[in-house]
Design a binder for this molecule. Structure first.
Ligand SMILES: Cc1cc2nc3c(=O)[nH]c(=O)nc-3n(C[C@H](O)[C@H](O)[C@H](O)COP(=O)(O)OP(=O)(O)OC[C@H]3O[C@@H](n4cnc5c(N)ncnc54)[C@H](O)[C@@H]3O)c2cc1C
Length: 486
């Protein structure tokens, strides 16, 4: 895959009289212990890329620091030698944010994955940034708590990556974004300065909150090395229900959503996917509980019920409801066991992986205010159907957050370059539609390299100028994650 951005970003500025990259990398390696770096070809390949598959990875070395102090030493040394650095988490990003394609040093947080004891009075947990998201869940679960940052890539993504992308996911409708679930951050700047921001304070009204500047900045301003996470009580398992609905079309999804909003339960996820998405996960080996072939879309609802009777009454109502000329719901199933719950969730969670693993794919991740979702969606599918009839289009997302993922598979008949040219062309209309509906061109996957050309549809030139000024403050030589976002 190639990035949409046709104009390559200029390399970061080097010190006057800078020596060739290989020489500077050798000098860097000589300053650290022998197992601090890897230059093994498989490591250079693996750690130089992310899930976006964008660009050929070509880092010069992979660094594996084991503490905040070591990160500080590394960044200071890289600054002295004028070496660009790419912070790297679980590399599950879908926008090329962790890609190192121009001889950068990759800073992997992988060896910094220690987790402390859960503080049961304050519901907090101190972790290093390389802790795997799912490992944090498992750790907190032992004391019936959770870190409610949850999505399909949680088995590989890291806390540092989640914070740097301000990740969303399947439970945003109930808990909000990652930003809401962190109290303190330790961040190292490119000149090796260690900033300890906010500690474990819930309340701290002492002016500008620098923590928030680093969250979501995709490793362009500083490297997050430690965090104090906020935890939440685990939802009541006995009362948790997972239901799947087969509905005629996307407008029925929205009608079902507005009925669920006022239903007798607390929604923890309201996800949707189109029929081609279901067919894709079924082709990858999962079983669909539905026999109907008339459904255009599906909904996964997870909620905590108040009581069985009111939940059943609500289900009875929506099952007999009509939406315009059609039935609102064509079929519905409620999971009867935890195994069935996991099976239903797998149908939703494995969509991205199933699509990405079965061919070259172009993807977008857009959001619009909920009130605009119907209009926005109505504009998407017909465009592809008329202008690009050969494209296989997969639409799924987090409806409660107004967030749709649109994945397009390359038809066999098209060469890769032509496919990406057509995608870039079709994206313009999509971004304009998004802009017209006051939406965002990247709901949760960040900007990285891939979404750079789209940024102007969601951020004004004035805002971008302030973002550039902020980058100058923290990284004046442009050595940290160069070419990403801005
Ligand atoms: C199957 C699948 C499903 C997904 N579903 C979702 C979803 O529902 N919601 C969602 O939000 N995302 C989703 N993603 C995207 C991705 O998993 C998230 O963006 C995740 O938060 C990235 O974490 P990571 O550790 O893999 O980060 P990486 O991909 O390694 O890095 C992401 C960015 O953060 C920077 N970075 C990483 N670690 C640090 C650090 N310690 N300090 C500073 N910068 C750092 C990198 O340089 C890069 O710019 C999905 C991805 C896949 C493959």
């Amino acid at each position: 895959m190639t990035p949409d951005d046709e104009s390559p970003t200029p390399p970061p500025s080097l010190p006057p009289g800078a020596r060739p990259l290989t020489e500077r990398v050798s000098k860097l390696r000589a300053r650290f212990r022998s197992d601090f770096f890897s230059v093994v070809p498989e490591d250079l390949e693996n750690y130089g890329k992310d899930w976006s598959g964008v660009l050929e990875p070509a880092p010069s070395a992979i660094a594996f620091p084991r503490s905040t102090l070591e990160v500080s030493d590394l960044l200071r040394a890289c600054t002295e030698l004028g070496l660009p650095v790419v912070p790297s988490g679980g590399r599950t990003g879908l926008s090329g944010g962790a890609v190192a394609a121009r001889g950068e040093v990759v800073l992997s947080l992988e060896k910094m994955n220690r987790m402390g004891e859960v503080d049961l009075a304050s519901f907090t947990l101190e972790v290093e940034a390389g802790a795997i998201t799912e490992a944090v869940h498992e750790h907190a679960k032992k004391v019936r708590l959770t870190w409610p940052v949850d999505f399909a890539s949680k088995g590989s993504s890291q806390v540092g990556g989640n914070l740097s992308t301000n990740a969303g996911g399947v439970r945003v409708i109930r808990y909000g974004l990652t930003r809401n679930w962190v109290l303190g951050l330790t961040v190292v700047t490119m000149d090796g300065e260690i900033l300890r921001l906010n500690g474990a304070l819930e309340k701290n009204n002492t002016g500008i909150d620098l923590r928030q500047v680093f969250i979501g900045s995709e490793g362009t301003l500083g490297v997050i090395t430690e965090a104090t996470l906020k935890l939440s009580p685990l939802p009541d398992d006995e009362r948790t229900r997972v239901c799947l609905f087969a509905v005629p079309d996307f407008t029925s999804v929205l009608e079902l959503f507005s009925r669920a909003r006022t239903g007798p339960f607390l929604i923890s996820a309201f996800e949707t996917f189109s029929d081609p998405c279901l067919q894709e996960v079924v082709a990858s080996g999962l079983r669909s509980p539905f026999t109907t072939r008339d459904a255009g879309a599906y909904v996964l609802l997870e909620c905590e019920e108040r009581d069985v009777e009111s939940m059943e009454a609500w289900l009875g109502e929506v099952l007999s409801a009509r939406h315009g000329e059609k039935e609102l719901v064509l079929d519905a199933v409620m999971a009867q066991s935890s195994r069935e719950r996991a099976e239903f969730w797998a149908l939703r969670e494995q969509i991205a992986e199933a699509i990405l693993s079965r061919g070259e794919t172009h993807q977008q991740d857009l959001s619009v205010p909920l009130a605009r979702l119907g209009e926005f969606f109505a504009g998407i599918e017909p465009r592809y159907r008329s202008a690009y009839p050969d494209f296989s289009v997969f639409i799924f997302g987090h409806i409660g957050d107004g967030n749709l993922h649109i994945f397009i598979r390359k038809p066999d008949t098209l060469e890769s370059a032509e496919f990406h040219r057509l995608c870039a062309e079709s994206d313009i209309g999509l971004f304009e539609l998004c802009e017209a509906n006051q939406g965002s061109v990247s709901a949760e996957h960040g900007i990285g390299l891939l979404k750079k050309p789209a940024l102007r549809y969601s951020r004004t030139p004035e805002e971008l100028a302030y973002c550039r000024a902020l980058k100058q403050v923290f990284d004046p030589r442009g050595l940290l994650n160069p070419g990403k976002i801005l």
